[in-house]
Design a protein around this ligand. Structure first.
Ligand SMILES: [Zn+2]
Length: 379
């Protein structure tokens, strides 16, 4: 269908008033060259860093501001800092472009209907707060607020690993494990915005107690925090290489444990085998339930891909007949030839493939995804 270059902007504003149609219209415009670009402001509110960016509709970063969140100063100060930076960026770029809105990714579970934070492990003192209302009051306009992993999924869909697909799921492996779903180019929020919490699905029924109240969540086996915990447990059980690392590295970080694993330390390798196995279990469930074309692994722990991916793919092949039927014929997967799970039952025949891949945008996924929110949802 032929369109004039200026039509996406007009269509967006017209469609925004009619709800869901806005997203459809802007998705269809993705491949069009937009001559006069609008922009929006995205915020990645983390427990450590508060980052604010002005991004135009083509995904071009106009400016990025990074501030320390300073959670100990209290919620009001953090929100004030955020709004000050948003106002400055808005003033700066509204000279040339039209501001579509402000999108904010927040770590924790937020009720999208009420804007109330339900869980916020990385933002102490934010639980139960009417975060959206508080930001709106300070900002003098209504922001679009969503969970940080959901927003990262949207960022990867827009400009990262998922550019070529309409649907994807993401697992973000960091201090905790987040999860997000994008279906038809839009975040699948569920009934009240709490969908996609794959980090709190069970991989060990009687496993380690999780902060969410459950036992054996993925987060307890695949986060940076979990890797350090498992290493400390191994040290207590006598692992010599890890004991030396723990003694010489004040932080005894997940990275130090990864370095040991790639140097061949058996105890460190076992930890990443467990990480990969648990991610593989959750992915196999997601693949069987959703049959999406792409699953993206992001977050800081993703840089240990080499150490955990072989066990992850092995587990996927064993546990998911859907994955076995749709896995790409790629030597990039480290597969065990003696795997006799679902892959032994179903041969890959169709042209469609399930892609499991690393995130491409790194820590910027959430920032771009947050900026994308006003572009596809209206403000
Ligand atoms: Zn949990």
């Amino acid at each position: 269908m032929e369109r004039r270059a200026s039509s996406p902007v007009i269509k967006y504003h017209a469609a925004a008033r009619t709800g869901g149609d806005a997203r459809l219209s802007i998705d269809k415009s993705d491949n069009l060259r937009i001559l006069m670009s609008n922009f929006s402001i995205g915020v990645d509110l983390g427990g450590t860093n508060l980052r604010i960016a002005a991004v135009d509709e083509n995904g071009t970063l106009l400016e990025k501001v990074t501030l320390g969140t300073g959670v100990s100063r209290g919620r009001a100060r953090v929100i004030q800092d955020m709004c000050d930076a948003i106002h400055r960026l808005a003033k700066q770029y509204e000279k040339k472009f039209s501001l579509l809105g402000v999108g904010i990714g927040i770590p924790g579970i937020i009720d999208l209907q009420t804007g109330v934070m339900r869980e916020s492990p990385n933002l102490p003192g934010w639980e139960g707060a009417s975060v959206k209302d508080e930001i709106e009051k300070c900002l003098q306009s209504r922001p679009i607020v969503d969970n940080d992993a959901n927003v990262a999924a949207l960022g990867e869909k827009w400009l990262g690993a998922g550019k070529q697909v309409d649907h994807l799921a993401i697992l973000t492996l960091g201090t905790g494990v987040g999860g997000g779903l994008v279906l038809n180019g839009r975040i699948w929020a569920g009934m009240s915005g709490m969908a996609g919490e794959a980090g709190h699905t069970t991989v060990e029924p009687d496993g380690v107690k999780c902060g969410c109240g459950n036992r054996g969540c993925l987060e307890q086996y695949a986060s940076a925090t979990a890797i350090v915990r498992m290493a400390k447990e191994a040290v207590a059980a006598g692992a010599p290489g890890l004991r030396v690392a723990a003694g010489s590295d004040a932080e005894f970080s997940a990275r130090a444990i990864y370095n040991l694993a790639i140097q061949g330390d058996e105890d460190a390798k076992k930890i990443f085998h467990q990480v990969g196995r648990c991610i593989g279990i959750v992915l196999s469930n997601l693949v069987n339930i959703l049959n999406l074309p792409m699953y993206v692994i992001g977050g800081g722990v993703c840089s240990a891909w080499e150490a955990f991916a072989p066990a992850m793919f092995e587990e996927l092949r064993l546990r998911s007949m859907v994955y076995a039927a749709t896995a790409p014929d790629s030597s990039s997967e480290s597969l065990s030839s003696e795997s006799m799970g679902a892959s032994a039952k179903i041969e890959s025949t169709g042209p469609t493939r399930t892609i499991i891949t690393r995130a491409l945008l790194g820590s910027d996924a959430g920032l771009y995804g947050a900026a994308r929110l006003p572009m596809i949802m209206g403000s």
